[in-house]
Design a protein around this ligand. Structure first.
Ligand SMILES: Cc1ncc(COP(=O)(O)O)c(C=O)c1O
Length: 388
């Protein structure tokens, strides 16, 4: 049973939407009204005021950390040990110092108590990742950060559609990042979004996306302010920040708008699939006690209950034999502290001192969960895993 990590994530209707767009007159292809419309539709779906469409989730991370550093200055950012490389790379690239915490095995997100214990006067933000559809927020984290006056940044690249206390993840943080890479809940082929309620950050993020150019600000007051302070400059070419070009295109936005229409329906199917998967697994061998309230995943998390190398070898051999694609370490390559880009910089940190993420690193997997997956195949997969 060939079972890829993702299947048919771009439907014929999405491709037809692009064809219709291209056939209509003389369309503008660079960032324009389709991008703006996608950003507005995304903001209203998420429940936030502003969004900035970029060319990848990694670019969303980079803009977010740049905006954070520009706003609050240098310092520490508390990050998880289980996340994607760009979450930590963006912290380093912006000259901020990552402070690592272990995960909570029930959500795969940062352990709330460790997050609060890591806060110092130098903390500029907590950059939390909602891993593979599981909500990592707790009332304790939100309250602790509010009391400490430390901003929360959410990476929702793997979890959009998931909720906490009935609100969509990504609507809690000062800024939130999303990825529309092919294997995620929805796709623009490549793409990402930064969302925020903060009007000043919105202006800054728009400028950071396009070379730091002031004319990208939608606020006439921001543009006029720069022009008045810099009368020696052509207002069309004022560069406020040493920034990037991480824009996307109209074609990607057309895909995003078309995909967004099906997102909620697809996510409901994914939720049902995950319940079937976790409900079918043998809890003596595999973790099934995840905190699934509000979950919205695009992958099944398969984590051995015990550190059992023999069972691990049988699981990997069986998945390979049956053509079921998987990733060990879950989505981001496992314990980031074991990766060369961090070992080189932080040789004094022992990756094994983070035992929860280390268990996922060596004994955790993810398997694709897409809307078209039939229930009986999920049952067959569980039966196969339970026999090993
Ligand atoms: C948590 C997380 N953040 C960021 C990214 C980067 O997104 P992209 O691949 O669109 O650059 C990913 C990618 O999969 C991710 O899982």
């Amino acid at each position: 049973m060939p079972w890829p990590l993702m299947q048919n994530n771009l439907a014929r209707t999405d491709l037809d939407a692009v064809i219709a767009f291209l056939q209509d007159g003389d369309p503008i292809l660079t960032q324009s009204t389709q991008v703006r419309a996608f950003e507005e539709e995304w903001s209203s779906w998420l429940g936030c005021r502003h969004s900035v469409f970029v060319n990848s989730g990694a670019s969303a991370n980079l803009l977010t950390m740049t905006a954070l550093r520009e706003t609050f200055g240098p310092g520490e950012v508390i990050v998880p040990t289980l996340t994607w490389v760009s979450d930590i790379a963006s912290v380093l690239q912006c000259g901020l110092t990552p402070v690592f915490v272990d995960i909570d095995p029930l959500t795969l997100g940062m352990d709330p108590q460790q997050v609060l214990a890591a806060l110092t006067p130098r903390t500029r933000a907590v950059f939390l990742t909602h891993v593979l559809g599981y909500n990592a927020l707790t009332a304790e984290i939100l309250e602790g950060l509010r009391a400490a006056g430390v901003p929360l940044i959410e990476d929702v690249c793997e979890s959009y559609g998931a909720t906490f206390q009935g609100r969509r993840l990504g609507s809690f943080g000062l800024m939130s990042d999303f990825s529309f890479y092919y294997a995620h809940h929805m796709t623009t082929i490549e793409g990402g979004m930064v969302s925020t309620d903060d009007p000043d950050l919105f202006q800054m993020l728009r400028m950071l996306r396009s070379h730091g150019m002031v004319r990208e600000a939608t606020s006439a007051a921001v543009r006029a302010g720069y022009a008045e302070r810099h009368p020696d400059l052509n207002p069309d070419f004022i560069f406020a920040y040493p920034a990037y070009n991480v824009r996307s295109t109209e074609i990607n936005a057309v895909l995003g708008r078309s995909q967004l229409r099906r997102l909620d329906a697809n996510n409901a199917l994914r939720r049902t699939n995950l319940d079937a998967f976790l409900g079918g697994l043998d809890p003596a061998r595999y973790r099934t006690d995840f905190r699934t309230a509000g979950n919205c995943n695009y992958a099944f998390t398969l984590i051995l209950r015990e550190p059992d190398p023999a069972l691990r070898d049988r699981v990997e051999a069986a998945l390979r034999q049956h053509g079921i694609e998987f990733r060990r370490g879950t989505a981001g390559g496992g314990n980031q502290l074991r990766q060369p880009y961090l070992r080189r910089r932080f040789p004094e940190i022992d990756p094994a001192a983070f035992p929860q993420v280390d268990h996922v690193h060596f004994f955790g997997y993810y398997i694709g969960n897409y809307p078209g997956l039939e229930g009986d195949r999920i049952q067959e997969l569980c039966a196969l895993l339970n026999r090993l």
